[in-house]
Design a protein around this ligand. Structure first.
Ligand SMILES: [Zn+2]
Length: 229
């Protein structure tokens, strides 16, 4: 019997819907392989998502690395004097092609560079990001073009020719949830609320996007909300 060599996978795990679904996606595609999870602290106003990431990593027995970066500024997720937008109409055409207040400057670039550096000291691997198409206009570092350029940069810039993949880059969030529900993703463990609330606030951009995506996918969101109007 010929056994395929076991490969390594490094997952950027925030503890939200997308990266948690990606954890299950990798396990589904590569059941025998090693999957490590990386969660970053970068000066977020709250660390609730860290608890969700820890719960997800534990549920899937992933080796979990917590990495603290120097604080990133210039975002409503990090700067005390920048309030989070609430109750915005996310479908408004005035928001199309505008960078979101919750965009954190070049966050994914920093995360990927850190993961690449840590992994290139060990051996070959694929680095995985759960970015998706709904994010591509509000978040420049979630665009499919960015992922493909990052893949090339990481491949050329590392000893082990590491790769970067983001299989949901052209999916919308409802597609991710449909796939996730069919594959028993434990969405009850995830956290999305930018305000860091439990129950989730229901009205920040990401709570709204999550609620809309669950509704569009035709499933009940298992987490609770303060406001569901
Ligand atoms: Zn919220």
């Amino acid at each position: 019997m010929i056994c395929e060599p076991v490969s390594s996978h490094c997952l950027l795990l925030s503890g939200g819907v997308d990266s948690t679904t990606l954890a299950v996606w990798i396990r589904d595609q590569y059941p025998r392989d090693i999957v490590k999870a990386y969660t970053f602290l970068y000066g977020q106003k709250h660390a609730v998502e860290l608890q969700a990431a820890q719960a997800v990593a534990k549920a899937f027995a992933l080796e979990h690395f917590l990495i603290e970066l120097p604080p990133i500024t210039g975002s409503a997720l990090t700067d005390i004097d920048k309030p989070l937008p609430m109750n915005r109409d996310l479908n408004s055409t005035s928001l199309a092609n505008r960078v979101a207040p919750s965009y954190v400057p070049a966050r994914n670039l920093l995360f990927m560079a850190n993961m690449a550096s840590l992994q290139d000291a060990i051996g070959p691997a694929t680095l995985w990001l759960g970015v998706h198409h709904d994010d591509h206009s509000g978040y420049p570092d979630c665009r499919a073009e960015f992922i493909s350029a990052a893949d090339e940069a990481v491949r050329l810039g590392t000893k082990y020719s590491l790769r970067v993949k983001a299989p949901f880059a052209n999916w919308n969030k409802a597609d991710i949830i449909k796939w996730g529900m069919a594959h028993k993703v434990p969405y009850e463990l995830t956290h999305s609320c930018y305000a860091g609330k439990i129950p989730a606030c229901g009205v920040c951009d990401t709570c709204q996007a999550r609620r809309q995506a669950f509704a569009e996918a035709g499933f009940e969101d298992p987490i609770s909300y303060e406001f569901k109007g």
